[in-house]
Write a protein that binds this ligand. Structure first.
Ligand code: AMP
Ligand code: MN
Ligand code: MN
Ligand code: MN
Length: 293
């Protein structure tokens, strides 16, 4: 990623409704400052930030795509599915969010117990304090651990403690991608396989999972991401073409900072890939001042 690259469309960003550092309105204000015209708020397993983001988007003249990043699985492999243009009030989505919230809350308690057994006391309480109104996730544990000087940075925490297979990792049985995709579609949304290169799957597995995702009604895959090496973008683009998926772009913004991915800080979608945003119903992009509601 070159620092000069700028996109006016960013379809993956977090607020403090999940594990982002900015409130939904601060996030939208930052997007506006950075010249973003269309922003998707994709908090983990919650739509709690959308109402506030919508209001801010109206004030700033930013198009807001109501969205979510849902925790899911393909067999024993955890992954994330972004739902773009969802109706946050859809009954099936509300029920799914309720179940995910319980899974996350139980997982957080278990992570706390594991850390306690490793000699790190009070981590659950610490993560709850970091999370505020949100359900504590691994990023909140990470922030608390860094604050206490137990680890230097996120990379160390995930490789030593919280990453898959590490001693404080708690495996969770997330919903299968078929159920997640169906839920997003029932809520009027478009399902996007998030950050495919981050799972470190083999090429065969990735194609298999992307194919399964397409089969069950998934529409797109994230091809361009902030801080993603060019060769990974090329691989993601090849999978999109192979499986007949559209392409999405995003920063996966969580916080401001020198090394953190910034809103819109990525290049263009390769020209041969169909942009997912062109298929979003106009009504799902709640454009600021011109929107009816
Ligand atoms: P969770 O949703 O609780 O499973 O936590 C996933 C979140 O943890 C991601 O969205 C990131 O915010 C953060 N995360 C996961 N892996 C890493 C990593 N290797 N380095 C930094 N942050 C990570
Ligand atoms: Mn996160
Ligand atoms: Mn994710
Ligand atoms: Mn994300």
């Amino acid at each position: 990623m070159r620092s000069t690259e700028r996109s006016r469309i960013d379809l993956h960003a977090h607020s403090s409704a999940s594990d982002g550092m900015l409130s939904p309105s601060e996030l939208v204000a930052r997007a506006a400052e950075r010249g973003i015209e269309v922003l998707a708020l994709t908090d983990h397993d919650t739509t709690a930030g959308i109402a506030e983001a919508r209001q801010a988007a109206r004030r700033h003249g930013v198009g807001l795509v109501p969205a979510i990043e849902m925790s899911a699985a393909a067999g024993d492999k955890p992954l994330h599915v972004v739902g773009l243009g969802i109706d946050p009030d859809a009954a099936g989505l509300r029920a799914a969010i309720g179940r995910l919230r319980e899974l996350r809350a139980e997982r957080a308690r278990r992570i706390g117990r594991r850390l306690a057994r490793l000699g790190i006391a009070q981590a659950y309480e610490g993560a709850c304090a970091e999370a505020g109104a949100a359900v504590p996730g691994r990023a909140h544990f990470a922030r608390w651990l860094i604050g206490r000087g137990i680890c230097a940075d996120n990379a160390e925490i995930f490789s030593r403690l919280l990453g898959r297979g590490r001693p404080a990792y708690v495996a969770t049985v997330w919903p299968e991608i078929e159920d997640t995709v169906a839920c997003i579609r029932e809520a009027g949304g478009v399902a996007v396989l998030a950050h495919p290169m981050r799972y470190k799957f083999t090429a065969t597995w990735l194609r298999r999972i992307a194919g399964r995702f397409r089969e069950c009604g998934g529409s797109a895959i994230e091809v361009v991401l902030a801080n993603q090496p060019q060769r990974e973008t090329a691989t993601a683009a090849a999978i999109a073409r192979h499986c007949g998926l559209m392409g999405s772009v995003g920063s996966d913004f969580h916080a401001c900072g020198r090394y953190a991915p910034e809103l819109g800080a990525f290049g263009a979608l390769p020209p041969e890939i169909e942009p997912v945003w062109e298929s979003l119903p106009a009504a799902s992009v709640l454009a600021g001042r011109t929107a009816a509601q």
